[in-house]
Design a binder for this molecule. Structure first.
Ligand code: NIG
Ligand code: FE
Length: 420
């Protein structure tokens, strides 16, 4: 891919995560007169070289490439990484959007039997194929918005058979679609009807998790993370801790929902358990910020949720200044129906007061780090996957600046060297 005007590498010295002022200073190459920038991707889909055109021409003088893309006047950023989604379900909740616009809170809807439990009912009665089709379409839409690695949660089953069904559907997408997926078991996404939180905790730990571990052992499932909705009226901190610890014993990384609607000291808990990531954090305490900075736990912020539910926004500036690494996710789910990372980055800038550079770091290398994948993903560095977004504008920032404009701004999404 040759003649880029700008190539935003994000980092260039193998950094695995960027914090504080480093989130502002992304590594960038700009064309020098007629000397643009080229990226060479090898037959395994890995980046082999990133350099000025002249240097690449000299080095690859006698090489015949299978494919060449001319990107004159265009810009490139790494494939975007969505750190938090709930994409496997049927039964939309457009009617609840109307209720919320009329004044109902998220918990009002949830307690009235709607919310997660509404989606659970529909998802339980769907077949694997019925779940796969809309999921596939959502992943394709995400790809068109520039996402090349996405975290996908289960959590609309809340019983062993449906949780496994969802995880299997995610496995199928890994085989059939050109997008990388990090799978998360979220059997503790809500307390199912007919159970107490204590009983649901027991079910997740003693029934659901052991069967999932069995399927992981025989290679039918590959699950990466464990998640819990730690929230007043859902799972309390003690129950959350038990479930997360059981997940760690099963070999999963901790990546959970916390401090969203009420302060629950989720940040402190996650730091104590050395969590890879905690999402939401609208209600994080000052002690929680300090704890996350020292444990290196990544904050996955979800500006779409706070926007849709009119919640207070998480204190992103304070977190960055205190040394907490910030990542971003769309939180795609039937409550927050957003598949677009560029839109999420825009909201992070306007509502969370992040700079465009910070939003890009949060949507690439730091989101990779939240999924323990920053060795292979999240920057344009030699040896990493050849995932990129080619932007049809003279500055990469148009990706964020043009509100909901990604459909026009994104020229190509490249996954492992191939246009998708
Ligand atoms: O991240 N808070 C819990 N989970 C989702 C909502 C899921 C749903 O409402 O279906 C979230 O916002
Ligand atoms: Fe969520």
């Amino acid at each position: 891919i040759e003649h880029f005007k700008q190539a935003v590498l994000v980092c260039r010295n193998g950094e695995k995560v960027l914090k504080g002022d480093d989130m502002k200073n992304v590594a960038l190459m700009e064309e020098d007169g007629d000397n643009g920038i080229s990226i060479v991707i090898d037959s395994n889909g890995l980046i082999e070289a990133v350099d000025y055109d002249a240097k690449i021409q000299e080095k690859y003088n006698n090489t015949k490439f299978d494919n060449k893309i001319n990107a004159k006047g265009k810009c490139v950023v790494p494939g975007l990484i969505d750190g938090h989604t709930h994409p496997v379900w049927v039964g939309d909740r457009v009617h609840e959007f109307a209720m919320k616009l009329a004044g109902a809170t998220y918990m009002d809807v949830h307690k009235a039997g709607g919310g997660i439990n509404f989606t659970v009912e529909h998802t339980r009665s769907a077949s694997e194929d019925e779940l796969f089709l809309p999921f596939k379409e959502r992943l394709e839409r995400m790809l068109h918005c520039g996402t090349t690695l996405v975290e996908c949660k289960s959590g609309y089953g809340l019983n062993v058979s449906t949780e496994i069904k969802m995880l299997k559907v995610i496995e199928r997408a890994k085989r059939e679609l050109p997008i990388d997926i990090s799978s998360t078991f979220c059997g503790a996404h809500a307390v199912p009807k007919g159970k107490t939180a204590e009983e649901a905790t027991e079910d997740v730990i003693s029934v659901q998790l052991p069967q999932i571990v069995e399927l992981m052992k025989n290679g039918e499932l590959q699950v990466d993370n464990i998640d819990v909705f730690c929230e007043k009226g859902v799972f309390n901190t003690e129950q959350t801790k038990k479930i997360l610890n059981a997940g760690v014993e099963a070999g999963l990384a901790i990546n959970f929902h916390g401090d969203e609607l009420h302060p629950t000291k989720s940040a402190e808990l996650g730091a104590e358990l050395n969590a890879a990531a905690i999402s939401h954090l609208e209600e994080i305490s000052d002690d929680g910020i300090v704890a996350m900075a020292s444990s290196g736990t990544i904050a996955v912020l979800l500006p779409t949720t706070a926007y849709i539910l009119r919640l207070k926004h998480p204190p992103a500036r304070k977190m960055i200044e205190s040394g907490v690494a910030i990542a971003l996710g769309t939180d795609f789910n039937p409550n927050a129906f957003c598949l677009s990372m560029p839109l999420t980055m825009h909201l992070a800038c306007v509502n969370l007061h992040m700079s465009m550079n910070e939003s890009l770091v949060a949507a690439t290398i730091n989101a990779a780090a939240s999924l323990n994948k920053s060795d292979t993903h999240g920057s344009l560095e030699v040896g990493k996957v050849g995932d990129l977004v080619i932007i049809d504008a003279p500055k990469w920032e148009h990706l964020v600046y043009q509100l909901a404009g990604h459909g026009h701004v994104i020229k190509h999404v490249v996954k492992k060297g191939n246009i998708v």
